[in-house]
Design a protein around this ligand. Structure first.
Ligand code: NDP
Length: 244
């Protein structure tokens, strides 16, 4: 299957490291004009040193007004990946309001904020578009110490379905991918110790965690015209974890 993004402007949030960074690099290699958004300048600077023609924007997505202004400055966008997320783990009885507020601000509220700005432009230009939100298996499975994170990803799945419903008539598709553990910085936070990793691995029929490129492959497909009739799905990339 030949996929390219030649002449497409694609905005990726959380592109400084992890999955978002590899996605930005892949999209650029497929011809996209990439706008890479993240909180820390360092990651974005090294990304633009590595890949030419990437525009970078530094903003804290938890800040509603600053984010709106930053995304408006990005210019017209054809495809959007809401990838940035915050994860902080704690047992249910220790959940702090600060974690709740920050996690929902980045993982859910910012997705709405960024998407509103991008979609307003798509509708005005009558261009259609494609949005992929990076959710998680945690949206559909209870994971110990993940009360807030699971809550944000469950909310993200439903927000995405309503976006698919309302934006479909504008030829704007909205889909989620729902990966299992990927050993990025975020993945290592919860799953680097064998006593946590091994019980999770035992529940994944393929017996391993996902690689970054396996998430990138699915996002590229959903973002592209090759998935032109796919709208409103939550696609597990989990080796069968959610099927069991
Ligand atoms: P990383 O922690 O490796 O990278 C997250 C990126 O998001 C970083 O570039 C980070 O910026 C950015 N970011 C975080 N908060 C903000 C903010 N407030 N404003 C702007 N940028 C921000 O995460 P992953 O690559 O692992 O995760 C990417 C996505 O995949 C997330 O949505 C995550 O929930 C999801 N996911 C991850 C899994 C995993 O096991 N890793 C499994 C399932 C889903 P900075 O460089 O400043 O930290």
């Amino acid at each position: 299957m030949e996929i390219n993004f030649i002449s497409k402007h694609v905005l990726v949030t959380g592109a400084g490291k992890g999955i978002g960074r590899e996605l930005a690099k892949r999209l650029a290699s497929l011809g996209a004009e990439v706008v890479a958004v993240s909180r820390s300048r360092d990651g974005l600077d090294s990304l633009s040193a590595e890949v030419k023609n990437i525009k970078t924007i530094v903003v804290d997505l938890a800040d509603w007004d600053a984010t709106r202004a930053a995304i408006q400055s990005a210019g017209p966008i054809d495809c959007l990946v809401n990838n940035a997320a915050h994860a902080s783990l704690e047992p249910f009885l220790d959940v702090k309001p600060e974690n709740f507020d920050k996690s929902f601000a980045v993982n859910v509220k910012a997705v709405i904020n960024v998407s509103q700005v991008v979609v307003e432009g798509m509708i005005k230009r009558k261009s259609g578009g494609s949005i992929v939100n990076i959710s998680s298996q945690a949206s559909q499975a209870a994971l110990a110490d993940h009360t807030v994170y699971c809550g944000t990803k469950g909310a993200l799945d439903m927000v995405s379905r309503v976006m698919a419903l309302e934006l479909g008539p504008h030829n704007i598709r909205v889909n989620c991918v729902n990966p299992t553990v990927v050993l990025t910085d975020m993945g290592r936070l919860g799953w680097s110790q064998p006593e946590k990793a091994n019980p999770m691995l035992a529940k994944i029929p393929l017996g391993r965690f996902a690689e970054v490129h396996e998430v990138v492959d699915a996002v590229v497909y959903l973002l592209s015209d090759k998935s032109s009739m796919i709208n409103g799905v939550t696609l597990p990339i989990d080796g069968g974890f959610l099927a069991t």
